[in-house]
Design a protein around this ligand. Structure first.
Ligand code: FE2
Ligand code: FE2
Length: 221
């Protein structure tokens, strides 16, 4: 009886130790994952760097969020047209950009802009209304927005390079990759007759003025 009790105890302790080992491995795996995830943005050195990083990440997230809503609006109007698959292709890339920034914001506890509900509506309205002008309207909107986002990313790249390129290597990699995608979207718009829209320059300038304002407030609010 005593032997059976002790064998029970040793079986139980074996089960417990394998469970805690499994538990530990899962925990260690999580730690490893979070360490890997955190590596895109370095832990802030001081409150000044933290504030700078948060503003930067907040506005990038807002931009990708807005871009997603613009493509959603374009697809609502032109989704079934011949241009649908092309717009969908760009939208799919924007979804990846947004999910990356969602991840980065969550990992670094960065508050998204309070204006997301506004960008939700404004983005969709901009995408849908320009798409109502036809394929050229949608492409003109794409050229305007993507040029603004590329310039915005370029200015961030310059700032990070001037500050400390080694410290921000991984973040720079992400931003450069996204900037290249945005440039491709911009070029796609031009290749698909954006400039043939009557009033193209007027529309482009108006949209870019809106983008500048959106960037300005999204950093701050
Ligand atoms: Fe994007
Ligand atoms: Fe884009």
């Amino acid at each position: 009886m005593q032997q059976s009790t002790s064998s029970h105890i040793s079986t139980l302790s074996l089960i417990y130790s394998s469970y805690s080992c499994l538990h530990y491995n899962v925990y260690a795996g999580c730690l490893q994952n979070s360490a890997r995830a955190y590596s895109v943005v370095p832990a802030p050195r001081d409150s000044k760097e933290k504030e700078m990083m948060h503003r930067m990440l907040r506005v990038d997230h807002a931009g990708e969020y807005g871009a997603n809503r613009i493509y959603a609006g374009q697809m609502a109007v032109l989704g079934r047209s011949r241009t649908g698959p092309l717009i969908q292709q760009m939208w799919d890339q924007e979804k990846k950009h947004l999910s990356k920034f969602n991840e980065i914001l969550a990992e670094n506890r960065v508050r998204p802009t309070a204006l997301l509900p506004l960008w939700n509506l404004a983005g969709f309205a901009l995408g849908a209304s320009t798409a109502l002008l036809g394929k050229e309207g949608a492409m003109a909107c794409t050229v305007a927005v993507e040029e603004s986002i590329s310039e915005h990313y370029n200015s961030q790249i310059r700032a990070l390079m001037e500050s400390d390129p080694e410290r921000y290597t991984e973040l720079l990699q992400v931003i450069k990759e996204f900037r290249d995608d945005e440039m491709d979207h911009h070029d796609t718009g031009l290749e698909h007759d954006a400039e043939s829209l009557p009033g193209y320059w007027l529309l482009k300038n108006a949209i870019q003025l809106g983008c500048k304002a959106a960037i300005y407030v999204s950093q701050r609010v």
